[in-house]
Write a protein that binds this ligand. Sequence first.
Ligand code: IFM
Length: 465
Amino acid sequence: MSSAHTLSRQHDFPSDFVWGVATSSFQIEGAAHADGKGPSIWDTFCQVPGAIADASDGLIACEHYERWQEDVNLIASLGVNAYRFSISWPRVQPMGQGEFNEAGLNFYAQLVDGLLAKGIAPYVTLNHWDLPQALQDQGGWANRDTVQHFVNYASAIFKRLGNRVAAYTTHNEPWVIAVLGHESGIFAPGLKSRAIAAQVSHHLLLSHGMTLQALRAQGCTVPLGIVLNLSPTVPATPSAADQAKALLEDGRLLRWYMDPLFKQAYPQDVIDDLGEQAPHIEPGDLEIIATPIDYLGVNYYTRSVVSADGSWKPQNSGLPLNDMDWEIIPECLTQLLVRMHHDYPLPPIYITENGGAFPDPLRDGQVNDQDRIAYIDQHIAAIGHARDQGVQVQGYMVWSLMDNFEWSSGYSKRFGIVHVDYKNQNRSYKASAVWYRDFLAYQRLQKNGTPSSASAEKNRVTGVV
Ligand code: IFM
């Protein structure tokens, strides 16, 4: 039985709206050493004592590398028209430069074929954080050479997958790679330097722009873009100190990426704040970064609250929290989108990730995750409100298709609408998967009178409750 959450049904979404689910390579594939794959920085980072909350790793994950056909059936059974996944760079190019690994390339070519055969549009992300360790050994994203290596890798992917995919994304959440990976060090590669983080963010953006130019020169005609993790940044109190800090954090999270992409400049307040730690920028870099994108992916989960003395705690806000202790505040998604629409000449927007980790107790083999359903319902409605105000949102992807490796939280946090039993890798619908499937069937019914193309598929999925 699906639940009654119906706020999302009060909004009109066009028949070509993209409805999907999302994953990433390291979080689901496993097969860390199979068929010639090289190690990634996350394989290395997982071995650092204390780095991952449950001391787990990506060696097995959801065994998607072996079970991809089952997973394609699972995706099809939901009735989505899109699937967003990422390519593991070290699986297709173990050293990050030089030779490519045919088995790795073939894996993704088959996955794309399998999705297309089911009428599901493949949205391909080229970098969702699993940089080849061999490149990290030479400085990783802090080394400008990595920029060209990334362009070469992206070109090889395009050569193999071509214009059969729906879209290519260069990077997922460059802020996370730069700041969590190189400044706070809580993510791979675990460095703690503000200067390195700033340089890394510049190289990520530069490689993004260069990749766009290279792929278009090679004949790429499908949309190209980048995915940013964005939130409104709000001061914890009206004090001048909190407001100043919130403005700077807005600069670091949002304007540091949006300004160079759309205005060909880094925000001056952040440059000033970085001082000598500001990145080295070569002549022409900013023009390359501002190469026009065909779409912008926005990953939204929560707002960001900032206090000058760092004392703010989500528990004090009175808002509901998810299992990550992230506030649930869907109206901030509308606010964010409307603000961006006013501040930047936006291309079409896709909400490329949205969802939540919830405790998800398994009772009699079922997960009745009404909290996740409410979250998704409210956020789809929030997108409807933004569309009403003129924001061109053209797609929505739930994070995540299934429970998976949640980075430094390991397997202790579950974001999936499909439950994964890590003992036997059984996938089973949570109530939210049923809700999403029914919502999508409702959308189809509204638009073209087809209730559900998904029901036939449903029975073919093993372990579906
Ligand atoms: O799991 C991650 C994903 O890899 C990137 N965006 C946020 C998600 C939830 O933390």
